[in-house]
Ligand binder design. Structure first.
Ligand SMILES: NC(=O)c1ccc[n+]([C@@H]2O[C@H](COP(=O)([O-])OP(=O)(O)OC[C@H]3O[C@@H](n4cnc5c(N)ncnc54)[C@H](OP(=O)(O)O)[C@@H]3O)[C@@H](O)[C@H]2O)c1
Length: 266
């Protein structure tokens, strides 16, 4: 059943830029009051202004989600100030493009915390309220990298794959409760994610999709009820190709990387 956003409260993490900012404004435009969360205050305030144009009761929380004490305080404050949380959009995330030979355990920890543990902690904290009301939606923004094992991003891919499997299992567990969990897998989107410092270059820069297209896909499960959404949709075919023949698919990826690097000696 489509989930109407009018007069609902929607929490969007990572709402200060990119996909999260676009999702927050679009959800506000559809009549929801928004709880925006991120670290950069000025950027978040600018997005809040845009949300309040449509939804005056929207609020923002300046919060480093990697800080356990701040996260704890946040999950108590969100439902109180928003009057419950109907939809949680776990969008905050960090990239980690690092060849495995140079990857550090600290980098793995950081990617795992923001991209997997934090979304799960937020979901678990807000779930009881949703169960009490007999309805709610949790939308987790993962990545096609979780499914296709993009080269040079093992820590990022694994964090998003963990989020994907958690979401799939949670959605099965919640069958019949009125609460749904969804996963969205964007491909390359035109956002500041690629400007985050301390990351390797992309193996092969591709034409990104516009941020509005990705934001629409993040909200799409509210209409379609789909457990998994790919954007662009053709990534579903690639995912099927990999599932059918993982070794052949990954050998093809290795060959492609060798070609891109012009290094035929490997
Ligand atoms: N762009 C792509 O090609 C692409 C593809 C697939 C999936 N994704 C996923 O889409 C999501 C949004 O990314 P984006 O592309 O829109 O990039 P972005 O513009 O860099 O957005 C990332 C958001 O996460 C927030 N964030 C990061 N670390 C945080 C922390 N410790 N505490 C609180 N907030 C934090 C950032 O806000 P502050 O810096 O203000 O804290 C920012 O609002 C991510 O989960 C990303 O992995 C992106």
């Amino acid at each position: 059943m489509p989930f109407d956003l009018s007069d609902r409260s929607v929490v969007v993490t990572g709402a200060s830029s990119g996909i999260g900012a676009a999702v927050a404004v679009e959800a506000a435009r559809r009549g929801a009051r928004i709880g925006l969360v991120a670290r950069r205050e000025a950027e978040l305030a600018a997005v809040l202004d845009r949300c309040r144009h449509h939804a005056p009761r929207s609020e923002m929380w300046v919060c480093d989600l990697a800080d356990a004490a701040r996260l704890d305080a946040l999950v108590h404050d969100l439902p109180e100030r928003l009057g419950g949380v109907d939809v949680l959009i776990n969008n905050a995330g960090i990239p980690k493009r690092r060849h495995v030979t140079r990857l550090t355990p600290a980098e793995v920890d950081a990617a795992t915390r923001i991209n997997y543990l934090v979304p799960v902690h937020l979901a678990l904290a807000l779930l009881p309220g949703m169960l009490e009301r007999g309805e709610g939606r949790i939308i987790n923004v993962a990545s096609v990298a979780a499914v296709l094992s993009s080269p040079g991003e093992s820590a990022y891919n694994a964090s998003k794959a963990a989020l994907t499997v958690w979401s799939e299992t949670a959605d099965v567990d919640l069958d019949g409760t009125g609460v749904r969990v969804h996963v969205v897998h964007p491909g390359v989107v035109d956002t500041p994610l690629f400007d985050v410092p301390d990351n390797d270059d992309l193996v092969n820069p591709v034409d990104p999709i516009p941020v509005g297209e990705a934001a629409a896909a993040v909200l799409e499960p509210l209409e379609s009820d789909a457990l998994i959404t790919y954007v662009p949709g053709y990534f579903a075919d690639l995912a099927r190709a990999k599932a059918d023949d993982p070794q052949g698919f990954l050998e093809g990826v290795a060959e492609w990387v060798r070609d891109e690097r012009g290094d035929r000696s490997n």
